[in-house]
Design a protein around this ligand. Sequence first.
Ligand SMILES: Nc1ncnc2c1ncn2[C@@H]1O[C@H](COP(=O)(O)OP(=O)(O)OP(=O)(O)O)[C@@H](O)[C@H]1O
Ligand SMILES: [Mg+2]
Length: 313
Amino acid sequence: MIDKQKFEELFNKRLIKNISEEQIDIVLSGQYGKALELLRDAEATGLFPALVGPPGVGKTILCRYFARLRAKENKNKNFNWLTMDESIKPSHFIGSFDPAITLKKGFVLEAFNPGPLLRAMLEGGTFLANEINRATEYSQNTLLEPLEEASISIPHLGRIKADKDFFFISAMNPEELSGTHRLSEALKDRIKVWIKLSYPDKATELDIIRINLPEHFVIEESELELIYSIINETRKNKIDIEIPASIRAGIAIAKLLARRKTLEKRGELKDKMSIHEYLSQVTQNVLLGSIKPKPGTKVENIIDSIVHKTLGV
Ligand SMILES: Nc1ncnc2c1ncn2[C@@H]1O[C@H](COP(=O)(O)OP(=O)(O)OP(=O)(O)O)[C@@H](O)[C@H]1O
Ligand SMILES: [Mg+2]
């Protein structure tokens, strides 16, 4: 077991005290530059925006990057975020009373642990409500006041007005994907700027894969092209595939291939597979859990046909 002192030491060493210290490697070509501009426009006009797009298109990284820009400009304003689902209650984002202190002293400020939304409102930070359309209507309704009035009522304590720099971003997968509640009409009406992100264009996606590879990992253009064609094939097949491979899948395949090439250079390979054969194998390993087939379709069959089409194996 880790002792208390060691734990505190490690915790403080790893604590991100300020988002402006965080290193974020982001590609801002294509849709990302435009989306960032829209976020800045929304900020400048006091309109709260939403990012809408399928899993893994870069909603979170864009928000983090934007929050970091703001933090740098506003001198250390923070970034708080929460991923919502049906089990999220308003107390998870507003905060709650510590039972032990409340028992002794009652519902006093001292007993209250602020949640990420309240903290962002107090500090003038950026709050990201990730997967906001997965929250229940009850939780969504609690967000109406912060969105409309930039204020929030805390039970027993009163109502607070947010700092003028408070900024609320929603992110969600498109409603037609299963597993999401609809966004309530009332909430929808309060989000005034809708920013759609989809799978990036080829040049941008290749840049994203490159930027996500560790420096010592090198792969050739022709190999990157192959990886892109595999990933893109999953996005073209709308008959069998409900959710295609995201950017994450391409990054994963590229990392595995790059590692193999490093081993090859060092003469440490244990087999004689060609690049195409190896790619075919890791494509299976990565795509198995990275694509969601339509009901009644076997994911293995889809992968086989993609591998055959793109790699000829
Ligand atoms: N523009 C970009 N520049 C650099 N990396 C990116 C970019 N867009 C996406 N990525 C990378 O792709 C992966 C997925 O991005 P991210 O987590 O932001 O997606 P998301 O839309 O929030 O996904 P989810 O809906 O699953 O939460 C991450 O590894 C991220 O680093
Ligand atoms: Mg995300």
